[in-house]
Design a binder for this molecule. Structure first.
Ligand code: C2O
Ligand code: CU
Ligand code: CU
Length: 487
């Protein structure tokens, strides 16, 4: 096995030393290095569920409009497919061909990245492959992925955070006959939930301060499917919730206020091989988890909150417990769902197949000065994103182990690979173990300060240039992204 070493540029190193130094100075002067707290709302706004669109022949645009988020709160926002914020849920079966006639009706360049999907490089929304205002693009690819919860969002160079924050994101749900045969809750009992924090005092304009560019932009209001203070009426039966952390920087430690367990059935890359009972699931930006929640033991009028529990591991966030949305039981109904003991096989990629190990240092100092001319303040392995560089080259269909090393870091980084799914092999330092939701297919994995996470990936046969990056969107736009080419 070949060990690929990182070439370190001395000029860059001293620059970082300088940045790190000014960063430390700033940290001591700046009291605002922790995420702003969530201000809980009254949970009285009905949860919107995005309309479903058939992915075989879709046509939609991205455009700006205004959204009434709640009574008295109207903001300028961006949306897909006629939605004032967010967009339609694309549904398609594994193996089918996805076709989207996309029109950019924004006043800025954009593109779409199919987060988690294995697509040709030209379809992947590479940061410089953008569609000018007024322009169109035909997205078209065969859906190779396993049944699961994927999503789409813009990915233009240095504008991903801004466009996603202002509202551009949607679900991309893959199904199959094999999945349907499992009899999981479906239709109105299969509910996608995208959770995002926003700053509503700013009217949803994206105006990050230096501090936001450093730790990520945190809002004081949690939106679920675009609604603050969301509530959802449920029957006394089992629901399938598809949780997506679509926030720029905030991590949620999802749990139920009743203390009831949830059955974890899926991760970023689709169904697990068997359900696992969990009390909480920690999702960083970009990550998904599918859970079954049984409201069966409750009576009409009972309320249960989806909340985020405090968590350890990050200096900037996790201090606070807060409610996210309310479920209220409004009807008694028989539960037709029959518990399943197996779901869909997750074939393990074996370590001995790996032909290379690459190690990436993601552990730089926090609170960068934020004053560099280029706006690049978050390095990945000592480098800032440059579309004209080729950082790594891998062979199509080969297996490699990639290590994200945050051992000496002070920041939290959810690391995301484009082009396909991977499996997480190990975590050393910090939590020192893999979580239940990291034992299926993944495309984003969280590394707290002090942690080193190893993943194993079989690169797809699609040739070309892809990116991998931190999915804290301020970090991504701040340079924490590299290229890799599949050849
Ligand atoms: Cu969800 Cu490169 O992103
Ligand atoms: Cu950083
Ligand atoms: Cu990061």
């Amino acid at each position: 096995m070949k060990q690929i070493r990182i070439k370190f540029n001395l000029g860059l190193l001293s620059l970082f030393a300088l940045l790190a130094f000014s960063a430390c100075m700033k940290m001591h002067m700046d009291p605002d290095v922790t995420a702003r707290d969530i201000a809980e709302k009254i949970f009285s706004n009905p949860l919107p569920v995005p309309p479903v669109l058939d992915g075989k022949s879709a046509a939609f645009d991205a455009k700006s409009s205004t959204s009434m988020l709640s009574s008295g709160i109207t903001v300028n926002s961006l949306g897909y497919a006629g939605a004032p914020i967010l967009g339609a849920t694309i549904r398609i079966e594994q193996g089918e061909n996805f076709n989207l006639d996309f029109k950019n009706n924004l006043i800025e360049a954009t593109n779409i990245h199919w987060h988690g999907l294995e697509v040709p490089a030209a379809q992947d929304g590479y940061p410089t492959d953008v569609i000018a205002p007024g322009g169109s693009f035909q997205y078209s690819f065969q859906v190779k992925n396993r049944p699961g919860t994927y999503w789409y969002h813009p990915h233009p160079d240095m504008a991903t955070a801004s466009q996603a924050y202002r509202g551009l994101a949607g679900f991309f749900i893959v199904g199959s006959a094999e999945e349907s045969a499992l009899g999981l809750p479906s239709g109105e009992f299969d509910v996608p939930l995208v959770v995002q924090d926003k700053r509503l005092d700013g009217g949803l304009t994206y105006a990050p301060s230096d501090n936001d560019r450093s730790i990520g932009l945190f809002g004081e209001t949690v939106l679920v499917n675009g609604k603050p203070g969301a509530m959802f009426e449920v029957a006394t039966r089992t629901y399938r919730f598809r949780l997506l952390n679509g926030s720029n920087a905030r991590i949620y430690n999802f749990t139920l206020s009743s203390g009831a367990t949830m059955e974890l059935i899926g991760t970023d890359g689709g169904l697990l091989d068997a359900p696992v009972a969990i009390n909480s699931v920690l999702l960083s930006p970009g990550e998904r988890a599918e859970v079954l929640v049984n409201f069966g033991g409750l009576t009409v009028g009972d309320e249960v909150f989806l909340k985020s529990n405090a968590f350890a591991g990050s200096a900037t966030q996790g201090k606070q417990d807060f409610k996210i949305m309310k479920f209220i039981v409004t009807r008694q109904e028989d539960d037709p769902f029959v518990q399943v003991s197996t779901l869909m096989p997750v074939e393990k990629i074996v370590e001995s197949e790996a032909i290379a190990i690459r190690t990436f240092n993601i552990g730089h100092m926090m609170a960068h000065s934020g004053t560099t001319m280029s706006g690049m303040i978050h390095p990945l392995d000592g480098k800032f994103f440059d579309p004209n560089r080729r950082d790594e080259v891998v062979n199509a269909n080969s297996v490699e182990i990639w290590e994200f090393d945050n051992t000496n870091g002070t920041e939290t980084h959810p690391m995301h690979l484009h082009a396909g799914q991977f499996q997480v092999l190990s975590r050393t330092g910090g939590r020192g173990q893999l979580e239940a939701w990291e034992k299926g297919w993944k495309d984003t994995v969280l590394a707290f300060p002090g942690e080193k996470v190893r993943i194993i990936v079989r690169f797809p046969g699609n040739l070309g240039k892809y990116v991998f990056h931190c999915h804290n969107l301020e970090h991504e736009d701040g340079g924490m992204m590299l290229n890799y080419e599949i050849k």
